[in-house]
Write a protein that binds this ligand. Structure first.
Ligand code: FES
Length: 149
């Protein structure tokens, strides 16, 4: 990661006011914004780490923990909620031994909640990476996750 980050930041040397594009590029390269990267960006742009962190936390697009190899997003929007979305989430949290927003210890899975995927007719829905799984039951959700183990 160090070398990739170093090369990336070298390309932005001398640029000011490029905080967001630079943070986007770091996240694209590393997968998230580690503390170390925030420190280096701050140094490069000659501002404090807390300023960079303040900007980054303002935008929902930035993440500060390493993502899992597979991202599981469980919909908890209204249609999914009334059809058991919460039970699907609880089941997956139990199966993976993590809470929503967390990543498994082996970094295999990250788990997130989403408000609506726009696939309400298939509720309850979850998405693994970019693949949508609908009309789930708790056992179907377990089977779905097992495919990625
Ligand atoms: S509420 Fe879940 S897809 Fe719309």
């Amino acid at each position: 990661m160090q070398e990739r980050l170093r090369q990336l930041l070298a390309a932005y040397k001398g640029e000011t006011g490029a905080v967001i594009p630079l943070l986007q590029k770091v996240q694209e390269t590393v997968g998230y914004l580690p503390q170390e990267a925030i420190g280096q960006v701050a140094k490069l742009l000659k501002v404090s780490e807390s300023e960079i962190f303040g900007v980054a936390t303002f935008y929902a697009q930035f993440r500060f923990t390493r993502p899992g190899d597979h991202t599981i997003k469980v919909c908890l929007g209204t249609a999914c909620h009334v059809r058991g979305g919460s039970q699907i989430m609880e089941t997956i949290e139990r199966e993976l031994d993590i809470k929503s927003g967390g990543t498994t210890k082996d970094y295999k899975f990250g788990l997130e909640r989403v408000a609506c995927f726009g696939s309400c007719a298939l509720a309850p829905v979850l998405v693994v990476d970019d693949k949508v799984y609908g009309r789930l039951t708790t056992s179907k959700a377990k089977e779905t996750i097992a495919q990625y183990q």
